[in-house]
Design a protein around this ligand. Structure first.
Ligand SMILES: [Zn+2]
Ligand SMILES: [Zn+2]
Length: 270
């Protein structure tokens, strides 16, 4: 199988390694292509994203690396773009559209990608302790991600980050899946390529990739396409859990995934 990953973070946002360290590691692991997806500047939350200045440096550095390593690996310049991110789209080869925030009942935004404790406090204080209301708010935001014109839909059910073993809500329940499936229906007219993201496995939150199995099956039934990514923040995890995830994808019905090669999304058998 062709090794590729289009979801890679670096020291320009919340990653641990430089872009060049990531490139060298990908070459060592035998990757054919590597895409960088720094968190795009998001004015309401500067904690994890690239500043406008850092964004310009990031773009320059990735473009230099593209040239420097062109005989060894294909490098692509992307970014991970949230609903409120500000980007100069023509500068990028591709965009991952990812929701990291839910809107509270009062209208304020809250990161669903924080810690488990902070998330619990937020659900108690702003949704009366109802995780279903929290999930609804998250998927209502996901339903709008088409407006950033993504090439890839990122970690579709990030809201389940702390829900291993259905700790807070039942991911197989009709109530939950109705909300997730409504969001799929809203997004697919704008983008039908979804990532299968192993990032929460490398960070110890989950044992299976996003999205969960019932959502994967729904995506398959709808004819959506997938790309396997590691949402990598560290060179050690560039291909984290890829083999195990491929088995899950086959069980959901998928026979192929997509990766960027020669400037195009290419279908490859699983
Ligand atoms: Zn993300
Ligand atoms: Zn990411």
């Amino acid at each position: 199988m062709i090794l590729s990953n289009l979801h890679t973070h670096t020291v320009y946002c919340d990653g641990k390694n430089t872009p060049e360290e990531m490139v060298k590691s990908a070459i060592e692991k035998g990757f054919s292509s590597l895409g960088f997806s720094g968190h795009a500047y998001t004015p309401h939350d500067n904690e994890y994203c690239m500043t406008p200045d850092a964004t310009l440096k990031y773009i320059d550095e990735i473009n230099l690396l593209k040239e420097k390593y062109k005989d060894k690996i294909e490098i692509y310049l992307g970014c991970e773009c949230d609903l409120n991110s500000l980007i100069d789209r023509p500068k990028y080869d591709y965009i991952i559209g990812s929701v990291h925030y839910a809107k509270s009942d009062e209208g304020g935004l809250f990161s669903v990608d924080n810690t488990e404790d902070i998330t619990s406090v937020f659900v108690n204080n702003h949704f009366g302790g109802s995780y279903l209301k929290f999930v609804r708010a998250y998927f209502e935001a996901v339903a709008q991600i088409g407006k950033v014109k993504p090439d890839i839909v990122g970690h579709f059910d990030l809201v389940a980050k702390f829900n291993e073993g259905n700790k807070y809500f039942d991911e197989n329940s009709k109530e939950y899946l109705d909300l997730a499936f409504d969001a799929i229906d809203a997004v697919t007219p704008y983008c039908d390529l979804f990532e299968v993201n192993t990032g929460a496995i490398s960070r110890g939150y989950k044992t299976v990739p996003y999205p969960a199995f019932p959502i994967l099956k729904r995506l398959y039934d709808k004819g959506a396409r997938i790309t396997l990514t590691s949402d990598c923040h560290n060179t050690d995890f560039l291909d984290c859990n890829f083999n195990e995830s491929i088995e899950i994808l086959k069980n959901a019905g998928f026979k192929s995934s997509y990766c960027l090669l020669g400037g195009k999304f290419i279908e490859q058998p699983l």
